[in-house]
Design a protein around this ligand. Structure first.
Ligand SMILES: NC(=O)c1ccc[n+]([C@@H]2O[C@H](COP(=O)([O-])OP(=O)(O)OC[C@H]3O[C@@H](n4cnc5c(N)ncnc54)[C@H](OP(=O)(O)O)[C@@H]3O)[C@@H](O)[C@H]2O)c1
Length: 287
């Protein structure tokens, strides 16, 4: 009987029970990923640890997560099965040099969420043959609705990629794709929440302009965005077809849509993503 027939998961375990899970860079994203794994039960607190630079971050993160968060994790590195790098790109070289000096095992799975930092750069900075998976998450991981994309490095197998996907599925959705898309993905979904917030803020202002109290306007806008997103995800229909459903002849929706088109909304959004993609390609660590 196959695993599918028995209903059992064929997913590899995230971690060998004898090994630990480390986060290098317990900032916003590092804490979010670790908290998601702990909350989902994918990891127990006694298997987890994290590193930060300042005592202040270490203390705050340790109190929030209930795991050791330390400035010096060199004694923990050799026992790690998975390490996720969550520092800013400019700090990658120093963080990876510390891992190497601490006796990083050659089979430890390394995962990076660094914007603009390629697998080739990560592999060369590490100077080892460790398997690398590059990931681009976004901040809605904080509420379990993140969108993460992953791709595998030269030494990473399908099993490594599956284990990396498991990490990000604890904080939202995760897809695997090729690395050549990563700058565009960084612009579209990594930076994307900021664009959605701007659009929601503008719609809330619009609601105030036509007489609604601000709280009411923002509540309507946020739930409408959520509902429209779910319609796109679950209906399998093109957004244009869903839009047509809302657009009655001579109605108010077509009037509003034409005003948006007059304001060149499509090309403004496309140009914004084009610019963010260009900048994403330059975010990596200094050469
Ligand atoms: N925020 C986003 O929306 C987002 C989305 C996708 C990807 N990313 C990527 O995620 C990474 C982290 O972003 P973030 O927003 O979480 O930044 P952050 O809040 O500034 O966190 C970075 C953390 O790294 C720690 N750190 C720096 N050097 C270190 C070292 N050598 N060893 C151990 N820890 C070190 C810092 O410690 P201290 O606090 O003590 O200084 C800080 O806690 C970035 O590379 C970014 O490109 C971010």
């Amino acid at each position: 009987m196959t695993a599918a027939e028995t209903g059992m998961s064929t997913r590899p375990p995230l971690l060998d029970p004898r090994r630990t899970f480390g986060i290098i860079g317990a900032g916003v994203m590092g804490q979010t990923i670790l908290k998601g794994l702990l909350d989902a039960g994918a990891l127990s607190a006694d298997q987890a640890w994290a590193a930060a630079r300042s005592v202040r971050t270490c203390e705050a993160a340790a109190a929030r997560l209930g795991v050791p968060v330390e400035r010096d994790v060199s004694a923990r590195v050799p026992g790690a099965g998975v390490i996720v790098l969550c520092v800013k790109p400019a700090h990658a070289a120093a963080a990876l040099a510390s891992l190497r000096e601490a006796g990083l095992r050659p089979d430890t799975l390394l995962v990076s969420i660094l914007a603009g930092t390629t697998l080739a750069q990560l592999e060369s900075l590490t100077g080892t043959d460790n398997p690398w998976v590059r990931a681009m998450p976004n901040t809605p991981c904080i509420v379990g609705e993140g969108m993460t994309v992953v791709c595998a490095g030269r030494h990473a197998t399908a099993d490594h990629l599956a284990r990396a996907k498991q990490i990000f599925e604890c904080v939202g959705r995760c897809l695997a794709t090729e690395e050549s898309y990563f700058n565009a993905i960084t612009a579209l979904s990594g930076s994307g929440p900021a664009y959605q917030y701007l659009i929601m803020e503008a719609f809330a202002d619009a609601g105030v302009r036509v007489g609604l109290p601000r709280d009411l306007a923002l509540g309507l806008v946020a739930q409408t965005a959520l509902g429209a997103a779910r319609m796109v995800q679950t209906s399998g229909r093109h957004p244009a077809a869903l839009r047509d459903d809302v657009t009655t002849p001579a109605g108010c929706t077509i009037g509003g849509l034409l005003m948006l088109e007059d304001g060149k909304i499509r090309s403004v959004l496309a140009r914004a993503i084009e610019e963010a993609t260009r900048i994403a390609s330059k975010l990596g660590p200094p050469q």
